[in-house]
Design a protein around this ligand. Structure first.
Ligand SMILES: [Zn+2]
Length: 343
């Protein structure tokens, strides 16, 4: 599983530019499903089985990134964030601009400490004050190198195995979910009904892809597969983030725009207990998943989110425990197998 996760996170695809990751997921999932389609806005829709109930699994294919906004006369590039970025982690990092002539190494410049006044050292730099340096001597040269307004920019860093069963890398949100989606389809053998494994587009900019795909498929239940913040690191108070890495898959009870239905919560608890999967809950003040919006689609499509705890979300050094990843995939597989009893 680690090898496939490495492949998924090394595949550059930010919101709106999901083709690379969509091609990779289709290739991996095709042998395990009956039909693979891409809808009009780019969602990947893979079907397995037929009849009722209809179960939709959704993992978003996009990752957060940046976009080229303006190239100045001296060849420096201003950018627009795509998805939620903490400005502190952008400075002095290497990125890749995906221009018309292939990927280019780019750095976000930062004023050397030698030149900073005392007050500047304390003041955070805003994203609109930052710029990208690709070594071009002017705008013409930057354009000759293949850079254009609207090009997408990624920051991949490295994927590494670290202590125990943990791994670190970039874009685990939501390549971990994409991996689990593929695993569930691999593992699913005997089940009643139809499963749609859907890779959604543009989740990070406002849950875009799920809306049309859930409306179109009109499933009986939607299960979003994603990641959540792990609250076990120093300086975080225990109640700030209640999910913990290495403690198993997480069922979201409440997020910014949704609350899970009580019967669904009970179903998930029962399935976890029967299969001896340790389950934890999450309550989120901010943010939402693809599942949060579906109760507001059509006459209301019931949903739930199974999230894998990850440390340092939306940074290039996220950490997940592969045991949590395996158990999340196992839990979702068992939910699919028992869905016919409830829907
Ligand atoms: Zn996500």
């Amino acid at each position: 599983m680690e090898d496939l996760l490495k492949k998924l996170v090394e595949c550059p695809s930010i919101s709106g530019y999901e083709k690379n990751i969509r091609d990779l997921i289709s290739k991996e999932i095709r042998p395990h499903v009956d039909e693979v389609k891409v809808d009009k806005i780019g969602n990947l829709i893979c079907r397995k089985g037929s009849g009722s109930p209809k179960i939709m699994l959704a993992a978003h294919m996009d990752e957060v990134g940046l976009m080229v906004k303006y190239i100045d006369e001296k060849g420096f590039i201003r950018f627009e964030p795509v998805g939620g970025w903490d400005p502190k982690i952008l400075l002095a990092r290497k990125f890749e601009i995906h221009g018309s002539k292939g990927p280019l190494v780019a750095v976000i410049g930062s004023k050397p400490i030698h030149l900073q006044e005392r007050e500047e050292e304390k003041k955070p730099v805003k994203i609109k004050e930052m710029f990208i340096d690709i070594g071009a001597k002017n705008r013409k040269e930057a354009e000759r190198m293949g850079v254009n307004v609207g090009d997408f920019i990624t920051n991949h860093g490295e994927f590494n195995k670290i202590g125990g069963s943990k791994v670190t890398g970039y874009g685990f949100d939501d390549r971990v979910g994409c991996l689990e989606l593929i695993e569930v389809m691999k593992n699913l053998k005997n089940f009643k009904g139809t499963v749609y494994a859907v890779g959604t587009v543009k989740e990070e900019i406002g849950l875009v892809g799920i809306r049309g795909s859930a409306f179109g498929l009109n499933p009986d239940i939607v299960i979003a597969i994603d990641v959540t913040t792990s609250g076990d690191t120093p300086e975080l108070k225990p109640h700030e983030a209640i999910a913990r890495i290495s403690e198993g898959p997480t069922l979201v009870i409440k997020d910014a725009i949704s609350i899970v239905q009580n019967e669904i919560k009970k179903w998930v608890q029962d399935v976890a207990k029967k299969n001896k999967i340790k389950l934890q809950f999450d309550i989120l003040s901010h943010g939402a998943t693809d599942a949060s919006i579906t109760p507001m689609i059509r006459e209301g499509i019931p949903s739930l989110s199974i999230l894998t705890p990850s440390r340092y979300l939306h940074t290039p050094v996220e950490i997940v425990d592969m045991n949590d990843v395996k158990n999340s995939a196992k839990l979702v597989t068992e939910l699919v197998k028992t869905a016919y009893k409830h829907f």
